[in-house]
Design a protein around this ligand. Structure first.
Ligand code: ADP
Ligand code: MG
Ligand code: MG
Length: 258
């Protein structure tokens, strides 16, 4: 079992023009084990993406206090690629487009980056795995011969992120608004992909605005983030309650002023 722990995390971003720092995360605590799917919900601008970017190591986000631990080891000093090799994955972490690199080439090198030099994946094994996952996601094989993300529609990009997830097989996946802009059919396919990853060796943090996605990917734990903190944690019913009562209801219940 692996554990990802976020401990009293405080994060600032610097406004380049004004040269001032602003605290976005104000003491986030979270413990996630493999075998679990957690969801983070919360109003816009509350720091959800900041949390996922900081876990992945985006240097725009400065940790001023607290820690992020993977199996007890701090990852704060590790660059993004090292965190990826350690088993973290952020949907959207990869460049929008990589010129001259096909999707398949990209996937193979991403898989191999995680493996030792003397144990690289064979072309046959790679293609077999690729075929299986393309089938699962109702994706056309032609997608893999196109240049990465070049001219992909919004829906194709999302499906492709899930293809990356299935091929790279991270230990922990941070999925930030993978449901945004998807129609119901694409949402079902994306959910099927994530659900197929469920198991003892996989954990996921699903960030979403809406409860809808959580009808398809049922989380074990739901956290609500407001104002840079996790203000409530519960089970899947918490998401349903939020859908009924809105964030305003929760603010009232917790006595949080806007
Ligand atoms: P959420 O994902 O919950 O909508 P974000 O984490 O994207 O929230 O944003 C939280 C706050 O941090 C917002 O006020 C946003 O403008 C600010 N912010 C996020 N990223 C940056 C950045 N790179 N530079 C400056 N401000 C940022
Ligand atoms: Mg936002
Ligand atoms: Mg966001």
């Amino acid at each position: 079992m692996s554990t990802l722990e976020v401990k009293d995390l405080h994060v600032e971003v610097v406004d380049d023009e004004k040269k001032t720092a602003r605290e976005i995360l104000k003491g986030v605590n979270l413990i996630m084990n493999t075998g679990e799917i957690h969801a983070i919900m919360g109003p816009n601008g509350t720091g959800k993406s900041t949390l996922s970017q900081t876990i992945m190591g985006n240097s725009a986000y400065h940790v001023t206090k607290g820690d992020i631990l993977l199996d007890g080891e701090s990852i704060l000093q590790m660059p993004v690629d090292e965190r990826a090799r350690k088993g973290l994955f952020l949907a959207m972490q990869y460049p929008a487009e990589i010129q001259g690199v096909t999707n398949a080439e990209f996937l193979r090198s991403a898989i191999n980056a995680k493996r030792p030099k003397d144990d690289q994946i064979s072309v046959m094994a790679f293609l077999k795995e690729l075929d299986k996952n393309l089938d699962l996601l109702d994706m056309n094989e032609a997608m893999t011969e196109r240049y990465l993300n070049e001219g992909f529609s919004g829906g194709e990009k999302k499906r492709n992120e899930i293809l990356q997830l299935l091929m790279i097989k991270p230990t922990f996946a941070l999925l930030d608004e993978i449901d945004s802009g998807l129609d119901i059919d694409a949402l079902k396919v994306v959910s099927k992909g994530v659900n197929s990853m469920r198991g003892d060796n996989f954990g996921s943090l699903i960030i979403t605005h809406y409860q809808r996605l959580l009808n398809y990917i049922v989380p074990d734990v739901v956290h609500v983030m407001m104002g840079g903190r996790i203000v409530k944690t519960g089970d899947a019913d918490l998401a349903k309650k939020l859908e009924r009562e809105g964030y305003a209801g929760l603010r009232d219940e917790l006595g949080i002023k806007v």
